[in-house]
Design a protein around this ligand. Sequence first.
Ligand SMILES: O=C(O)[C@H]1O[C@H](OP(=O)(O)OP(=O)(O)OC[C@H]2O[C@@H](n3ccc(=O)[nH]c3=O)[C@H](O)[C@@H]2O)[C@H](O)[C@@H](O)[C@@H]1O
Length: 494
Amino acid sequence: MPSLAEEELFLPSTPGKFKDKSKTMHRQFHRCFASTSTMFLWALFLVALTAAYLSFQSFVDSGSKYFSAAWGGVHWEKQVRSSAQIHRHNGFSVLVTGAAGFVGTHVSLALKKRGDGVVGLDNFNDYYDPSLKRARKNMLESHNIFIVEGDINDARMLAKLFEIVPFTHVMHLAAQAGVRYAMENPHSYVHSNIAGLVTLLEACKKSDPQPAVVWASSSSVYGLNEKAPFSESDRTDRPASLYAATKKAGEEITHTYNHIYGLSITGLRFFTVYGPWGRPDMAYFSFTRNILQGKPITIYRGKNRVELARDFTYIDDIVKGCVGSLDTAKKSTGSGGKKRGPAQFRIFNLGNTSPVTVPMMVGILEKQLKVKAKKNVIEMPGNGDVPFTHANISSAQRELGYRPTTDLQTGLKKFVRWYLSYYGYNHGQSVKSFLLGEEVNEYMGKKTEYKLLHGREKANLANRWAIILASTGTLRTKRIGRRLRFPNIIYNPP
Ligand SMILES: O=C(O)[C@H]1O[C@H](OP(=O)(O)OP(=O)(O)OC[C@H]2O[C@@H](n3ccc(=O)[nH]c3=O)[C@H](O)[C@@H]2O)[C@H](O)[C@@H](O)[C@@H]1O
């Protein structure tokens, strides 16, 4: 026999006019009991829901702690807004990822100097000496560029940034760089160059307005291509390293976001970029360090004793290519995740068009440093390297007005100048004596503490003082006479 409660289940929701009283009381008791147990179940459900919510929150919080809790809050938002402010007619507001990186620093500075709003983003990882990244950050801060400390995999942080600033452009330079390190730490390439890229593109696609995206691919996508010079239409389906494969994947991934969501995309294939504030993991940089410290350098050689060659490209030329890409980028056509029409998709080589062999590059460094290198020449290990690179830049020339003007000799001279002013003394010689030869003649022996020296005001000191960077955090001043020009960026690392 069904219970009353069960019976009631089948009663019409609007009961009839006449009711048996005893049955009604009985029913009320059961109804009351039923509703108590329902309430109990509801309460249990609510408790479970609250517990689930709280544990989810703590998961999310610990997640954001993992990425870095260094973002958020009223002050932070104020800094982001102020950094994004545009100071020229029809200027851009640009999110520069990897802003504390080599290319990111230079591009951020160039954009800010011409009046664009720039917000940097960087996770300050320790792939190479983070103090160099901090130094670049401080230099950018002295130009009122704020760098958000965060990871491009942090979707919440990105959503917040896009909520605060309607970015017109994203200059995406954050990446796991380095060709040979991919054998040591393959997952870091997938994390940054694939997962991070997708997270960033998701944020761009959802935002309204959608920004135009310009991002760093790599000459390494040409892989085993033997046809020279490399043109954008050449084969790129035979990468020689996982690094190259992730950059190639990036080109395909950005294409899908262009196709489905109407994001305007420009991919730039950089050719071995070098210069001041460069990356210590790159050959020209580590060779300089070793040569100055009297340590040997290893020079790879290809099969049949062939010398390896690179189309080394100076940073200022690359910056011009990046800025030209931003200037010529058309608007994205979608908004809030919906495509409204076909959008621009471009890929350009940014190279120098004149490859130089690695031994020749070493020769230039020896001349600049006035020190002979101790060379170990070995056969190129199977580590992802390619024998040569050589860019055809006619596309970039035509569409971006890209024209590289710095040869390796001139570029390395500027790099060495910076290197010595940044890292200080070597072989008992001061930076100044390297830069100015015999002109250093008078020494005042005065020691002065500076936090940060940069810009015109301080550079004016140059008329009277040479300021030599000491890596200990102290700057020493030397009287060198009025006629000497002073390098314009001097930085005291924290
Ligand atoms: O253009 C590019 O696509 C790439 O350029 C560089 O990669 P790579 O050209 O290999 O630059 P380096 O690591 O500075 O090597 C330059 C040359 O020096 C050689 N090398 C490197 C290191 C070493 O100890 N000895 C040596 O002979 C390499 O084989 C290569 O031929 C960057 O490191 C990559 O991030 C970038 O994507």
